[in-house]
Design a protein around this ligand. Structure first.
Ligand code: 13P
Length: 247
């Protein structure tokens, strides 16, 4: 199964559901649809409406983050995995670099993953090195630490997806070479297999994925899907990615 996940970030109002409707119509007509799943992570404000609307349809809805506590607390503005699940969302991202930048620590991420899984959300756990780490050849070490500090064998691997998003590639148009990306994806899967009894969760790539760059990425068979930012805000651009992947 491949995954095409659209992360809207700070984008979207109720009527932006038109974008999802177009993607959903494409999906329903696509002869390749059994091979992949589409997930969109709109902002919290739209989670309930979109989840209800797409409940019986094929697009799945997820949140972009969750708080590191289970249910209710007195933390102003926080939204827990329980609350996300109760409005009908199926997935949550955890550890996106935008949130790590704002202070998410490994311990916080561990709690987020644990409580999200406890509340039956599927977790898309994001990892990735920054430009300096890359230039110092630290990528493989950084990724290993990010994974092993947060994931452990007690977690339900069937509900975890890992997304590799090099920070220097997000929104920049810069992408790793296929050789680099293949090596990194294999490295990530090896670490995950070490944790989860020789079975790796799906590993996705994210960072400047669009209708053009996908033509390179699709050559790398180890990649199980994509986490798409900018290009997920347009139905045409998002559909182009899927279309070019299977062409
Ligand atoms: P872009 O596709 O805009 O580079 O963003 C990637 C991303 O951060 C998705 O979570």
């Amino acid at each position: 199964m491949k995954y095409f996940i659209g992360n809207w970030k700070m984008f979207g109002i109720p009527k932006s559901i038109n974008i999802l409707n177009k993607i959903n119509s494409y999906y329903l007509k696509d002869k390749n649809r059994k091979k992949y799943r589409v997930i969109i992570t709109p902002p919290y404000t739209l989670l309930e409406t979109y989840s209800k609307f797409f409940k019986k349809k094929r697009i799945s809805i997820g949140s972009q983050n969750c708080y590191q506590k289970d249910k209710f607390s007195s933390d102003t503005s926080a939204i827990s995995p329980y609350m996300i699940k109760k409005v009908g969302a199926e997935y949550t991202l955890v550890g996106h670099s935008d949130n790590r930048k704002e202070g998410d620590t490994d311990l916080m991420l561990k709690n987020k993953v644990t409580y999200a899984l406890k509340n039956n959300l599927k977790v898309v756990f994001c990892i990735g090195e920054n430009k300096i780490q890359k230039s110092k050849n630290k990528t493989l070490d950084v990724l290993k630490k990010q994974i092993t500090k947060v994931l452990n064998k007690k977690l339900n691997k069937n509900n975890i997806i890992v997304a590799y998003e090099p920070i220097w590639s997000i929104g920049t148009g810069k992408i790793p070479t296929n050789k680099e990306l293949e090596k990194i994806t294999i490295h990530i899967k090896k670490i995950l297999k070490g944790i989860f009894q020789n079975k790796s969760p799906a590993v996705l790539y994210g960072g400047s994925v669009d209708g053009n760059s996908i033509k390179n990425f699709k050559e790398i068979k180890e990649i199980d899907g994509f986490l798409i930012g900018g290009a997920s805000k347009s139905s045409k651009k998002f559909i182009d990615i899927i279309n070019n992947y299977y062409r």
